[in-house]
Every structure is written in C-alpha cells, then in structure tokens.
Design a binder for this molecule. Structure first.
Ligand code: ZN
Length: 447
C-alpha cells in the first residue's frame, strides 16, 4: 500500500474538497467507483435506488468479506484545512466534520490492498467494497439493508476516524427521528382569538408532556427535539401551523419504538387540548450496534501488530495548537497508544447506521487517531484535521488493519464460521427503523 500512498492522499483530499452532503455525494461516489473499476472490481451503482450507493466486487465464492466506506460531509462546516483558527474555506459551504473523506478513502485503500493480496495468492473468496452514502443524514445503510445489501456478507469490516486507537466492543443506541406537524387555524390574536386554534401551543404542550415523561423512562434513553416550524414570527397572528422534530434513543430498538408510541400519544393529547390536527411522519432511524467478539479479536491482533500511529514533530505542534481551541482532558494530544480490548459490553451514547448492518452480518469496527484528543465531533477543528496530514496518518493505519483482518478471514474460513455463529447467537430479530405500518420515510399519517 505504501507505494500508493500519494494516490490515496489525493483521493482523500478531493473528497474533502467536494464536501458533499448525505445522499448527494455525486462527485465523491463517482471518484471512488472509477478507482474501483480501474483496479478490476466489478462495480454496481444505484444500490437501493440511491444514486450514490454502490459496490465494487472482486473474486468469487465464499467467504464474502465486505468493507464499508462513507464519504458524506456536514452542512455549514466550511473550514480551511490544516489551520488552527476558525476560517471559512473559499467556495465551500460544507465540511468533513466527521472525517468521512478519510473513512471512504481508507476503506478503499484497504480493499485494493486486499484485492492485490488475493490476486497474488490466488485466494478463494469474494471481497466487496460498499460505498455507503448519507451516514450523517439519510441513513443510507438502513435503506441498503432494506434493499437486501450485505445479505451475502459473511463478515463486514469498517472503521471511523477518532482521537483514540482501538476496537469497538460496545453497542450503540437505537435511534428514531419523527416529525409532528400540527395544523391549527389562523386568526387575529387580539380582535378574534376565539376563532383561532394555535398550532404552536400544541407543540409547546407536547414538549412539556415529554419533559415530564423523562422521569418515567430508563436512564439510558434520550429524548431530543427541535422546533422546525414555529408558525411564523408575528405574535399577533394565531399560529396556524407548527412542527417539531423528535429524536428518541434507547439501547434497544424495541424500547425506542415504545417511547415513540408514548410520544405519539402525547402529541395526540396536545392536539386534543388545542383543538388542532396532528400528523406524524417517520424521518430516519438507526438500529443499535451489535459488536462481534470473534472479528474484534482478529482486528485487535492486527492493530497491535501494526502498532499505534507515528506523528511528526510538526503534526504534534499543530495538534497542540488546535487543542487549545476547545476544552479538553487527558494528557497526550495525539494518542499513540492502543486501548486494551476489553471484550464485548456496555453501550456508547451515540447512534450509527452501521448498527443496521450489524443486525444482518457480523461487523468489526475499528478506530484510529486522526485528530487531537478530545476534538469535538462535527466541529471546524475536525474539518481542519480531516484535511491535514494527521488525518491521513490515521487513515493509513486503519487501511492496514482492515486489509490484514480481511486477509485473515479469507485465509481462515473457520474464523468466519465462528463469527457467524456468534452473530446468530447474539442477534435479535431485525426491526427496520423505517416504514412501520407501511409508511415511507417523510410520509405523514394522522394521529
Ligand atoms: Zn461519522
């Protein structure tokens, strides 16, 4: 891989510059597809009917090892690369505040290195690179799972840029997003208030109800909301419409769905109290992540074998400077250590659509240092670092670990068998977080 490093630096730089939002990553997807094709992968596009979802397949037969790549950016995070102060980039509105330019490219480098190895050793088995759009917005992998992607996979490998080096043994929170739209009646607020029905009041009552509900839910669950339509800015007109977007999280999808039902009942109550109408539409959802101990141990062995990343003095200096721009804890700025893998247990207070893939096939999730310790996620500091050489150092380490882990799995089918046995023992029946009652995402139904 080392002789191709320049090429991958360039790909990651380009995707960083494209900084395309979820489900609209046209240039990034095209670039990755083209490289896969040049490298002899059979490329399939438009997976799940999403123009930027694709896969590149190499080899034949079992086992099937998949590697996931992401490449979407975040809205409004325009920032110059490799700088230590907040500074908008010219001609750029968005930014890679989660480092997905590194994620997509590192996974591509891993897939190509593994393909070269398979070719050289004339190995049996199939390797699939999945280009997964819309991780930040759009829950691309959930749609891909629904369309049957990943079904053929015996093992799935992925990684994410981070401030530490390690293998994920924790689960994540299942997450559901749904929008309530209230419809009232406009009226002059002073001269004919009796004719009006206030939709904003309904939103307020719903929020008050849910804030009381917090006392009666499990402590690991989370409820967040944002008022997306306050019904205008004139207080002297009764607000005819109002909308609030809810997000609930819980360690299991079943619990998240129960909470959603309780919130729906509260919304119905708020509509009754205000004599308004309410519609709910499912927007997004992510299942909880199921870690796989067998795959994790293979990945951990390879991470230990390659060792922590090595940074230059300039990179250390740059990281020190950027670290001064946010509140932080911990001693080391750029961590070189590898966190001891503790086995499976616990739950991360975050959500990811890798969770949905993990319900279908065993997944190994790796982290490598691509930023200074404590860098806030989705921040200008992360955009700056994901465009810097620090990010690329972490990216190459990740690519190495994924490629070596893929090779181990292809060479030792019994490991794959064990990982699959563990998966079928541990997994719960998959509940798709979208389209309950036959609804499509974004399609409203009356409560
Ligand atoms: Zn991310």
């Amino acid at each position: 891989m080392s002789r191709h490093q320049e090429k991958y630096r360039e790909i990651s730089r380009k995707i960083w510059e494209f900084a395309e939002l979820g489900m609209m990553e046209y240039q990034s997807a095209e670039l990755l597809e083209r490289i896969l094709e040049e490298e002899g992968f059979a490329v399939e596009t438009n997976l799940a009917g999403i123009p930027t979802a694709f896969c590149g397949r190499y080899g034949e037969g079992k086992p099937v090892v998949a590697i996931l790549g992401e490449f979407d950016a975040l809205e409004g995070l325009s920032q110059t690369a490799g700088t230590v102060k907040k500074e908008k980039r010219q001609n750029g509105k968005n930014g890679h505040g989660c480092g997905h330019n590194l994620l997509g490219t590192g996974s591509l480098a891993a897939a190509i290195a593994l393909k070269d190895y398979m070719k050289e050793k004339q190995m049996q088995g199939t390797l699939v690179y999945y280009g997964c759009p819309g991780e930040e917005k759009g829950c691309g992998k959930v749609h891909m799972v629904q369309a049957g992607c990943f079904q053929e996979s015996d093992a799935v490998l992925t990684w994410h840029p981070s401030d530490h080096n390690g293998i994920e043994g924790k689960s994540s929170l299942a997450d559901l997003n749904f929008l309530f739209q209230f419809q009232g009646k406009a009226a002059h607020a002073a001269s004919s208030p009796h004719l009006g029905r206030n939709a904003l009041h309904a939103v307020e009552l719903l929020n008050v109800g849910c804030n009381f509900m917090r006392e009666h839910m499990i402590p690991e669950a989370r409820i967040h909301y944002a008022i997306t339509d306050a019904g205008g800015s004139a207080p002297n007109i009764v607000q005819e419409t109002a909308a609030v977007l809810y997000e609930v999280r819980a360690p299991e999808m079943k619990t998240a769905m129960e909470l959603r039902e309780r919130i729906c009942r509260a919304a119905k109550g708020a509509a009754l109290m205000t004599d308004t109408e309410v519609q709910v539409s499912w927007e997004e959802g992510y299942s909880e992540y199921l870690p796989n101990d067998v795959l994790n141990r293979v990945g951990y062995k390879n991470l230990l074998c390659l060792g922590g990343p090595v940074f230059t003095k300039e990179e250390e200096k740059f990281a020190e400077a950027i670290r001064k721009t946010y509140a932080h804890e911990g001693k080391e700025t750029l961590r070189k250590d590898i966190e001891v893998y503790q086995g499976i247990g616990g739950c991360m207070p975050v959500s990811t659509d890798v969770g949905d893939v993990s319900r279908i096939a065993p997944v190994m999730q790796l982290y490598t240092v691509c930023c200074a310790q404590g860098t806030p996620g989705h921040s200008w500091q992360m955009v700056s670092q994901s465009g810097s050489s620090i990010g690329k150092t972490g990216m190459f380490l990740a690519a190495g670990v994924l490629a070596m882990t893929g090779a181990d799995l292809l060479e030792n089918p019994e490991l794959v068998k064990e990982a699959k046995e563990e998966h079928s023992r541990m997994t719960r029946p998959y509940i798709c977080p979208l389209g309950e009652n036959g609804e499509k995402a974004g399609e409203g139904r009356h409560l």
